[in-house]
Design a protein around this ligand. Structure first.
Ligand code: S3P
Length: 428
């Protein structure tokens, strides 16, 4: 246990930060770089624990991956050289590793066993297993194959037409990855758009993928190795955007942050709340937009957040809840029942934590109601081993009257290993 006592920040936040690489894009770079024959170089890779799990999975399958600081060299001899792993694959805390790898492992013609940590073991896997079984893979596991640990006898897949019953990019991506191994065409129909990094990167690796309205289709085909640049993670930048928005006098610039439309709901929310926020130096590489975000302190207004924007900011809702405690009036978050199925039940964890600090927050079945203009007193909070909850509490401590004690902050290494160093650097 690594508990941490954080004192309120007596300074405004100022300066320029480069946040670490995007977690979703980093996972996909390892996956597609491993499936493609040849050498793939990945720059500004996120060396957080979750992405290291994906690297480890492919190492066990026989792919040569060298990690040099934030640069990766993936040297793959192609699918025909993948080997049956002699040990179970450990996915740790990483839902993205688990769900996307289940898509890949279903296509490989051999046996694999896989497991995760306590949090991942309690998260639903049937959302990917049901479509993968329809494609013909044999998956067995706990609770009739709904949860890890799982055993897969892969190979022999056929294409499927599948309408996503949940708004999940992980499920969409697992099916598309399995589609690369399947006989015939695989079609995924997505009623609400979710992050499209898999589609963008598949195109960058030369895949013939068709995207028409809500229907994405792919066929069995080889990929071509290419170089990948990973923009900064907007989900990590969000902690500093909110910090600058709530600490009087602050002004921060966050460099090279991913601005893919399927991820920028946090910018729309800040704008609707009245924030002083601007974007400059916008560029696009391999279909991924990125640029610099500058944000400064301003008193904001509470709003309603629900509907199709939710998948565009699902991971930012804990830090948005903190932001809402400082706005004028009430903020209502709805249609976000998926929050209950993240690394922890993020509705309960946010409500409990912010309430302990002095805010007025009520849980609802699919979100929460947050009173604005709260004076945050401080106190003891639990991160539930969830990186985004731990970082939300750390940002809250900037504006509390007294110290905040977070039970365990080791989980920040999942997505933002240098979070506390970066926080100190803009706070002093
Ligand atoms: C992710 C998709 C989202 C997100 C997660 C990363 C991805 O999960 O919450 O942090 O990389 O595809 P869901 O697919 O469960 O919505």
């Amino acid at each position: 246990m690594k508990d941490m006592k954080l004192s309120p920040c007596s300074n405004a936040l100022n300066g320029i930060l480069q946040v670490p690489g995007d977690k979703s894009i980093s996972h996909r770079a390892v996956i597609l770089g491993s499936l493609a024959k040849g050498t793939t170089k990945v720059t500004h890779f996120l060396t957080g624990e979750d992405c290291l799990r994906t690297i480890n999975a492919f190492k066990l399958l026989g792919v040569d991956i060298e990690v040099d600081n934030t640069t990766l060299y993936i040297r793959s001899n192609g699918l025909s050289h993948f080997k049956e792993p002699i040990e179970p694959i450990y996915f740790g805390n990483s839902g993205t590793t688990a769900r996307l790898m289940l898509g890949v492992l279903s296509g490989l013609p051999f046996f694999t066993a896989s497991y995760g940590d306590a949090s991942l073991t309690s998260r639903p896997m049937d959302r990917v297993i049901i479509p993968l079984q329809q494609m013909g893979t044999s998956i067995n596991g706990r609770s009739n194959g709904s949860y890890l640990p799982l055993a897969i006898n892969g190979g022999g897949l056929s294409g499927v037409q599948y309408t996503l019953p949940v708004k999940s990019a992980q499920v969409k991506s697992a099916i598309l990855l399995a589609g690369l191994f399947a006989e015939g065409t695989t079609e995924v129909i997505e009623p609400t758009a979710t992050r499209n990094h898999s589609e963008n990167m598949l195109k960058a690796f030369g895949a013939d993928i068709s995207i028409e309205d809500t229907c994405i289709s792919i066929t069995n085909q080889p990929l071509t190795a290419t170089d990948v640049f990973v923009p900064g993670d907007i989900s990590s930048a969000a902690f500093f955007m909110v910090a600058a928005a709530i600490v009087p006098g602050s002004n921060l610039t966050l460099k090279n942050v991913g601005l893919n439309f399927t991820r920028t709901g946090i910018i729309d929310v800040l704008t609707e709340m009245g924030a002083s926020i601007s974007i400059s130096n916008k560029q696009t590489i391999s279909g991924e937009d990125f640029g610099d975000i500058t944000i400064s302190y301003k008193k904001l207004q509470g709003i309603v957040i629900n509907g199709d924007i939710i998948p565009r900011l699902i991971d930012e809702l804990p830090i948005i809840a903190l932001l809402a405690t400082q706005a004028e009036g009430e903020t209502v978050i709805g249609d976000a029942e998926e929050l209950r199925l993240k690394e922890t039940d993020r509705i309960e964890a946010v409500v409990e934590g912010l309430t302990n600090l002095g805010a007025e927050v009520q849980p609802t079945k699919d979100g929460m109601m947050i009173e604005g203009n709260s004076v945050l007193v401080g106190g003891s909070v639990n991160s539930y081993n969830d990186h985004r909850i731990a970082m939300m509490h750390a940002i809250a401590s900037l504006i509390t009257q007294n110290e905040v004690v977070i039970d365990d902050v080791s989980s920040v290494a999942i997505s933002y290993p240098n979070f506390f160093q970066d926080l100190t650097s803009v706070c002093s």
